[in-house]
Write a protein that binds this ligand. Sequence first.
Ligand code: NAP
Length: 263
Amino acid sequence: MNRQLPPTAPSPAWSQSRTAIVTGGGSGIGLAIARRLAAEGAAVAVLDRDAAAAKAAADGITAAGGHALGLTADVAERASIDDAVAQVRERLGRPTILVTSAGLDGFDRFLTIAPSTWDRILAVNLTGTFHCCQAVVPDMVEQKWGRIVTISSSSAQTGNPLMTHYSAAKAGVVGFTKALALELGPEGITVNTIPPGFVDTPMLRRSETRGFLGKGVGQHESTTPVRRVGLPEDIAAACAYLVREEAGYITGQVIAVNGGRTT
Ligand code: NAP
């Protein structure tokens, strides 16, 4: 059978007709992803619970010649996400790229974790991913094309002391991603996860300031195989590839970007 394959080389205009949503796009990894997708031609909706950060990210992209919209949304609140996605549809067009980078970490001894803390960490990291995917997948199905990249964590692969809640939530994101990929493959939609490890963002620096990184980022750099801390742009580069047309045969995969810290 002579099947029509997608182009093997990325077209410079690969994403020019695409609308992307990046949650947590106001800071760190999400911000770098939003900027990168916009630089490659996508119209990008930056969703963040931090209204000023979402606006600043969108303004920065627009000033650089891109097309962006900043929206305030809490991924843990379904109504908030439904409302934001409706605005994206109306103002940027139907979204077919979704990157879920909004996340909340936590450091607590297991026996001290309050049920409310456990619930919040799962609500943001895991249920938030569910809400965003369920809100956007109908647009992808309608267009018979979609790319979802969830941002999990190396904590899901290795576990981390003081992070049972966070590690459990991120491991849930990995399982969710694999299952959703199997279900959505026939619809032309790929679903992959990037578990970052040790990336220099406000979240990482807050951990350092609070004393949860031992002797700090410098010490961890010296034990990382590539001998440096990761940059948000490292994650954005992998994400930009996964949402391309040519990445259509990659789905249900865990694409670690961590300088070799876990293999
Ligand atoms: P970051 O700099 O703190 O950025 C996360 C963004 O998400 C912030 O703007 C944050 O807003 C927002 N956010 C948090 N809860 C939200 C919610 N309920 N709804 C909407 N937005 C929300 O962190 P990052 O390091 O870039 O982390 C990005 C993702 O990578 C997270 O999922 C994180 O778990 C994961 N990750 C990071 C690393 C790393 O080394 N940096 C390692 C493994 C995994 P606020 O500032 O208001 O909270």
